[in-house]
Write a protein that binds this ligand. Structure first.
Ligand SMILES: *[C@@H]1O[C@H](CO)[C@@H](O)[C@H](O)[C@H]1NC(C)=O
Length: 367
């Protein structure tokens, strides 16, 4: 009898231990799957959170809009630059006159490429007018040497950043209608045209005449305007009346297809701008919304938090924010001098660097 009871008890304990093991194993497998497919999960969660467009949007009237004139630009490459090069992708880098080092690093890395995955690409820099005349002279020299600067007629400072984007859109619409895609990138971003073109080829492979409206990047949802007058991002109640901005792509890097460039820039041209200006990415989001274009989220664009370096992760990401010029050169050499990563290598590295970025943001430091 005693022996029998003992055996029953032992059996029960054993079963509990086994159930515990199964549970741990399932939890482990689920975490592993989550790590490997973190980008799929991110896209899914973002899709759920995005606001649906409410009804049809008003079309933008085009008759009243003046075409962009070349006099609006103090420096620019030949107005035939796109006619000659016929780029598939034109990347316009928003740069400050003083950030010469960043521009050099970009030219020596991703910006120096002209042919990527069988497509022609071109990278140009957009600057404003520096308040320091010495910097102004240096820009003229730099433009003579490299021929890749576009300078708009506005004072280059933080408060005028939105003018830079409007000038970019105007320039692209007028002087580069040949490009099928326009990327707007900041000069502290490690951009990866190859990863972008791979993504575009896979997801938006359409024939020439059926290009869709595409507004692609890291989507910010449900952002409320900051009405605190002491804040750096202050927006007066009269500048923006809504509770939330429409969903928009983070300004660090985003991509517009040719028809989207046209519609967004025409919508921008009809907006009355009040000071302080809306942040450039918010303004592009509002213009896209007016034109009836919904942003598309891609987990391959990094937003706010820096993405810690991982070779396969950087081989896959389209944009990584907060990259110093010296790091850009270093990462680029390492990422491009080595063999392409395996499927598993990409999955693991992407999962690990995204989790580290997320933890870093939660803990307020980089891991
Ligand atoms: C923005 O640029 C315009 C044109 O150069 C200039 O008049 C204006 O003062 C600038 N805004 C700020 C806040 O500096």
């Amino acid at each position: 009898m005693v022996g029998y009871r003992y055996r029953v008890c032992k059996g029960r304990v054993g079963k509990q231990v086994r159930v515990g093991h199964y549970f741990l194993m399932i939890a482990f497998c689920l975490s592993l799957l989550a790590l490997l497919f973190i980008d799929v999960i991110e896209s899914w969660v973002t899709c759920l959170g995005m606001s649906r467009p409410e009804g049809p949007q008003g079309a933008v009237l085009t008759q009243s809009i003046q075409p962009t004139r070349s006099e609006e630009f103090l420096l620019m490459p030949s107005s035939h630059v796109c006619q000659r090069a016929k780029p598939y992708l034109v990347t316009l880098v928003a740069s400050s006159p003083a950030n010469k080092k960043a521009r050099h690093a970009i030219r020596d890395t991703w910006g120096g490429e002209v042919q990527v995955r069988g497509h022609r690409v071109m990278t140009l820099f957009m600057v404003g007018q520096p308040s320091d005349p010495v910097l102004g002279k240096e820009l003229i020299e730099e433009s003579k040497e490299h021929g890749d600067l576009i300078q708009g007629r506005f004072t280059d400072n933080y408060a005028n950043l939105t003018m830079k984007t409007l000038a970019m859109l105007g320039w692209a619409r007028r002087f580069c209608p040949q490009a099928r895609f326009l990327a707007k990138v900041d000069d502290d971003v490690m951009f990866n045209p190859s990863a972008l073109l791979q993504h575009l080829d896979l997801s938006y492979k359409t024939s020439e005449d059926e290009l869709v409206d595409l507004y692609l990047g890291r989507v910010h949802m449900q952002v409320a305007p900051d009405h605190n007058p002491h804040s750096k991002h202050f927006i007066s109640k009269s500048t923006y009346t809504g509770t939330f901005f429409p969903d928009y792509c983070s300004g660090t890097a985003y991509v517009l297809s040719r028809p989207a460039v046209l519609k967004v820039s025409l919508a921008a041209a009809t907006m009355t701008l009040t000071r302080p200006l809306l942040p450039e990415d918010v303004l592009v989001g509002i213009c896209a919304h007016r034109a009836g274009i919904i942003p598309t989220h891609s987990p391959l664009f990094s937003g706010g938090p820096a993405v810690p370096y991982g070779r396969c992760c950087y081989q896959t990401m389209v944009s990584v924010h907060h990259t110093k010029p010296a790091d850009m050169l270093h990462y680029w050499t390492e990422v491009h001098s080595t063999a392409p990563c395996s499927w598993l290598g990409v999955r693991t590295s992407l999962g690990v660097c995204k989790v580290r970025a997320l933890l870093g943001r939660l803990l307020g430091k980089s891991l």
